[in-house]
Design a binder for this molecule. Sequence first.
Ligand SMILES: Cc1cc2nc3c(=O)[nH]c(=O)nc-3n(C[C@H](O)[C@H](O)[C@H](O)COP(=O)(O)O)c2cc1C
Length: 177
Amino acid sequence: MSKRLSKKDAPKILTDNEKVMKDDDLIVSKTDTKGFITYCNRTFIEFSGYTEKELLGANHNLIRHPDMPKIAFQLCWDLIKQKKEFFGYVKNLRKDGGFYWVFAYITADIDESGNIIGYSSFRRKPSKQGIEAVTPLYKKLVEIENTQGVKESLSYFQNFLNDNHITYDQLMAALQK
Ligand SMILES: Cc1cc2nc3c(=O)[nH]c(=O)nc-3n(C[C@H](O)[C@H](O)[C@H](O)COP(=O)(O)O)c2cc1C
């Protein structure tokens, strides 16, 4: 079997080259219960820059961008493991070191007995205002994670929501409107 790619194999030199989603683009991928890719559509291949062969079996963190705060993925996994839905703005790393922003929806795939058999993600073009709002916020959260830790990042984010009298889901819905 060929090597399973993961974030360790991702490019180390990052560029400012952005690939922008079009209004009718839909990026789809599915994973097993551990987050290893089991399916990806053409648009995912096009945006990530990897071949289908490289993507199938890879850890989904292969396209993790270092500008993304850890707590975004923590929140995501917390929700989807409970069979809840995750919505969020995600900056992804392309094979060529460039990036692309998405508005992601991730949820569990459940069999007839109610067992989680994997996860699916569908991404649409993110709103401009959404990217503009989360960019400085993510920057701050990454900075806190690197200097003080994940716990502090989470409490900064919780305070941010409390100060704005908004829940995470309300914020996402408002930004993507
Ligand atoms: C269905 C599904 C889709 C995912 N899509 C992405 C994605 O597009 N980009 C990303 O960075 N992480 C995505 N993740 C989260 C990764 O599994 C992982 O938690 C994240 O990249 C952080 O990895 P790390 O904790 O190993 O750094 C997805 C997870 C699932 C279950």
